[in-house]
Design a protein around this ligand. Sequence first.
Ligand code: NAD
Length: 505
Amino acid sequence: MNKILDSLGLDAVNPGTWHGGEHSADESAELIESVNPATDEIIASVRSTTATEYDALVTAARESFLEWRRIPAPARGNAVRLIGNALRENKDALGSLVTLEMGKIKAEGDGEVQEMIDIADFAVGQSRMLYGKTMHSERPQHRMYEQWHPLGLVGTITAFNFPVAVWAWNACLAAICGNINIWKPSPKTPLCGVAVQKIVNKALAGEGLPPVFFLFNDAGNQIAQKFVDDERINLISFTGSCAVGKKIGERVTARMGKVLLELGGNNAIIVDAAANLDLAVPSIVFGSVGTAGQRCTTTRRVIVHQSRLEELKSALVKAYAQVRIGNPLDAKTLMGPLIDESAIERVQAACAKVREAGGEILCGGETIEGAGNFISPAIALAKNDWEIVQTETFGPILYLIPYNTLDEAIAMQNGVVQGLSSAIFTDNLQHAEYFLSNAGSDCGIANVNIGTSGAEIGGAFGGEKETGGGREAGSDSWKAYMRRQTNTINWGSDLPLAQGISFDL
Ligand code: NAD
């Protein structure tokens, strides 16, 4: 543990307020303890930010923006390139810290840092491609085009389960677009925020750039709420639960700010009559047990054709029995702990609700003796319309739901309030295409013969309905961090009006 902290320059108590290279720590502010979910040990602490520190931070960020926006976008891209290189150098240590603090296995911790590197690379290229369109004006000797300008201050609030990658999705793109990023990480993973801030600031030190990446920590949600309501923050990009995100969306919209919401999912895989189970079974297990069921894209429901139910059921129960649960830093482990005790309680309560509704727990749902928040992953036979199945329980419980017709399966897949990720396993081309058609999945992500989780950064990531409608990472997601301006230039000597209107004086 100490080796990981030392290599990232973390102390037993760390300042939680960072203005680029500078940091502050008001000794009167509460300490946020970072707890290892695999052992219940305190790893280190981070000092919360006071209201006064927060105000100074936003003022400094605003001043920085006035400078940063003047730097050409490709030069801003070069700064992000330096960050990507620094992350490459620190991949092992930062990946280990993610594992230590959040509990995901080391391969996934490293994978999260790889995602940061990938989005940094993507952003470097994008910095030369902030394209606007040129239109043909209806008026003679007029030219019309659009251009994209930075928004100003981009506030990023992140969830505990992706403690570093989601920051990078937002911060790398926001930076090349000319914005300043202010990050509020989850109080469950404060050390990851400080470690990233240190890596990034070191990479940019001596480059003669204004500070671009700011961070504050909040033990509760008081300062975070101030942040959400703060008119100086042009965009709030929020990743978290539907319940919190809905309120944040309303508050930011009420002050006419911009908001980007990446909220919860209730993702399903349809296993068609013509599915190849050699592909489906490992995908379902990775999707439901990976990150101990704590991904927004976790496979929560498997909607299986009646003719394949028995076969799939026994294959899944057998595969679940082989999942090695334990220390997430051990290379052999496939499933680490849940984030805290209340997450364990929620999975157990979900198992109880399945039983009450008349369903059957096929395996799992049992806590594991000793320190840490360990539970065996559960599979339940259930019905789609049960309240508990309609709910995102953020842990390893998978519902198996049989169906008879593809239309019925798609109606069930879409019959939840969330709309993040979905998949079908089939070798039937018509069924695959039908699932992807506008009569098929209503989610932001729809896959064929690939599971619901593990997206690449090149595509736009996000979901519909109560998942919030936001899109981050690849494709044209960069546009969320900019404002569009339409420009019309009259290079003639007459003043024709649009729509042929005459207005002679
Ligand atoms: P959460 O909603 O409890 O917290 C998310 C963040 O919001 C944290 O930083 C928290 O401190 C902050 N927060 C809480 N109340 C707030 C308030 N009133 N004002 C301002 N900030 C507030 O979520 P969590 O438990 O950390 O994460 C799990 C949830 O996040 C799941 O629902 C999961 O599906 C979702 N998630 C979504 C995505 C996505 O991209 N769609 C990615 C990761 C996680």
